[in-house]
Write a protein that binds this ligand. Structure first.
Ligand code: PLP
Length: 258
């Protein structure tokens, strides 16, 4: 018997250690019951501690893969992670506008180990061109503040990002000093929705990618945003409880081998 799974088109960087990026996308999307189409935007040299080098994939090669996949079947959501090259942004903004499916953008600005992953040109292109096409932006607190540097509070940062045209902003608080991890979903004309999760005594490599990809899959499967955000967070939390030691740096979410 043949089955046709719901497909999520993922555009992300490759982390050869398997913690973040496209590895996280494929495993997270599969675990929600959908199928990931995986287009790599950048190769990286990194270990479980930090990123050492990013080599963006040629923009035309990325978009040729996208066009080839889209001509072959229907996708139900788009998940965008590390971009690597500002030149990719106009093409992705055009694609997102045409596809009319939920778009989850994880604005990967800096690796947990500290390396910068997006320069000023890329940040500006994302804010000005891609954000109006995004359904849910998933910054951590530091990323939200960097994307809205004029804002006095995290809530104001989220409102500024909403005003740039995205549908919702899910700010994660794993990088904040609160005793719990507090994640907040901001939407237009709705009160913020907060979730409190127990904080682990360590930070993980690839947690943000895991959450964003699980969210994209759940939106692809038709869940409304609040439920999709709840379920994606709960599943990510479960993966952190099963974290794997794959190197001598940070542990990665236990998504597949448990
Ligand atoms: N490498 C790739 C390809 C990524 O997409 C990301 C984050 O999204 C990272 C590295 C950094 O991940 P983290 O900040 O969780 O260590």
């Amino acid at each position: 018997m043949s089955r046709t799974p719901v497909r999520v088109l993922c555009l992300s960087g490759h982390d050869p250690g398997g913690g973040a990026g496209i590895h996280a996308d494929i495993e997270s999307v599969a675990a929600q019951g959908a199928h990931a189409l995986s287009v790599i935007t950048a190769l990286t040299v990194q270990d479980s501690a930090d990123v050492r080098r990013i080599a963006p994939v040629d923009v035309e090669l990325v978009m040729e893969q996208v066009r080839c996949l889209l001509a072959d079947g229907v996708v139900a959501a788009l998940k965008i992670g590390l971009l690597g090259d500002a030149g990719l942004v106009p093409a992705l903004a055009g694609l997102a506008g045409r596809l009319r499916v939920p778009v989850v953008l994880d604005p990967v600005l800096r690796a947990g180990g500290g390396t910068e992953l997006a320069g000023q040109a890329l940040r500006t292109a994302v804010l000005e061109q891609l954000l109006p096409q995004v359904s849910v932006l998933t910054p951590n607190a530091a990323e939200a503040r960097r994307l809205a540097p004029g804002a006095a509070t995290l809530g104001q940062a989220a409102q500024e990002l909403l005003a740039r045209g995205c549908g919702a902003v899910l700010v994660t608080g794993g990088d904040e000093p609160d005793p719990d991890v507090v994640n907040t979903l901001y939407r237009h004309r709705a009160a913020p929705r907060r979730w409190h999760w127990p904080r682990w005594p360590e930070t993980f490599h690839g947690a943000g990618c895991t959450l964003a990809a699980a969210l994209a899959a759940r939106l692809a499967l038709g869940e409304p945003i609040e439920r999709a955000a709840q379920q994606a967070q709960a599943w990510t939390q479960d993966c952190l409880a099963q974290a794997l030691t794959v190197g001598s740096g940070r542990r990665i979410p236990g998504r597949s081998c448990r």
